[in-house]
Design a protein around this ligand. Sequence first.
Ligand code: GDR
Length: 338
Amino acid sequence: MHPRALITGLAGQDGSYLAELLLDKGYEVHGIVRRTSIEDTEHKLKNLHAILDKIHMHVASLDNVLSLVRIIRNISPDECYHLAASSFVSYSFEDEISILGNNVNSTHYLLAALREFAPSCKFYFSGSSEMFGNAINSPQDENTPFNPRSIYGISKVAGFQLVKNYRQQYGFFACSGILYNHESQRRGYEFVTRKIVSSAVRIKFGLQEAVELGNLEARRDWGYAPDYVNAMWLMMHADSPDDYVIASGETHSVKEFAEAAFAHLDLDFNKYAKINLDLFRPTENIVLRGNPSKAMSMLKWKPTKSFDDIIKEMVEGEIKLYEPGRKTSDLLTPGDSK
Ligand code: GDR
């Protein structure tokens, strides 16, 4: 019997890499997608094109507990990976009521439905470094107190506590990854790394003149998305459920990322950079740097790509999108995300 996995957020960067990993391991992979994605598979499911005929997609909305109950009863998953969330930190400053509600409720509905209809299903939740917010120490590890400074961070703390509660109260195999930023060619254009890489390539090809960015001095602990997805699977196969920080352990500034991305194209970032004060965030966290020692020793997890390798892969992947014969659906121009 193939193990059966249910993924929320299937069509996103992490969901699509996770689906590929689980298929490789012989899983039957099910995922929840929105109705609008099924209606526009070319754009909204572009990360899944290579595996569309191998996965089972279920249309549901995570704010509708009944639709989740139906799916869970039907497929009776062995493992559930809850990756879906409104994950763009900046939007959470603008739309806090719905982002807090959706992120917390979806986690709660899933846990409650699993408890009722698939109580032996293992559960994974994607937490975030944003939960540490204005952290009191650096680097942060699993013992660092949470001090979130965005509604997104608050919603992730609430989800994390729900998961912990189900583990402690009901004996669920439920674990959370506290994930720092993780990037790849499949990153959405609203995030700064993809915005920089796609702008750099467009500038190289004469399609764009400059790139407008916010705070260039902001620093992040950036890792490689497929490595972080691998950590999720390792957590679900540890002897006992627990929570783990997944991070690279080093930080770089937005400017360093941009300089490296432009340099891969023989361009000088400083000639094309424009600072837009509107793209600064209302509260910018102190520098967050994760300490992944626990995951490295308990799960034998380790990152496979360096900061420079990640940038190189993203730049090379972006150039490929412009090769003749590629679908234009792969190309969206970055908006003014912050
Ligand atoms: P982040 O990622 O908020 O850390 O959340 P993002 O790439 O959006 O921002 C990183 C940093 O870059 C600065 N910045 C800009 N950001 C964007 N998006 N656009 C700009 O033009 C720009 N200029 C500067 C930001 O201020 C910020 O400091 C990501 C998400 O994946 C979350 O879901 C996840 O939980 C965390 O990482 C860990």
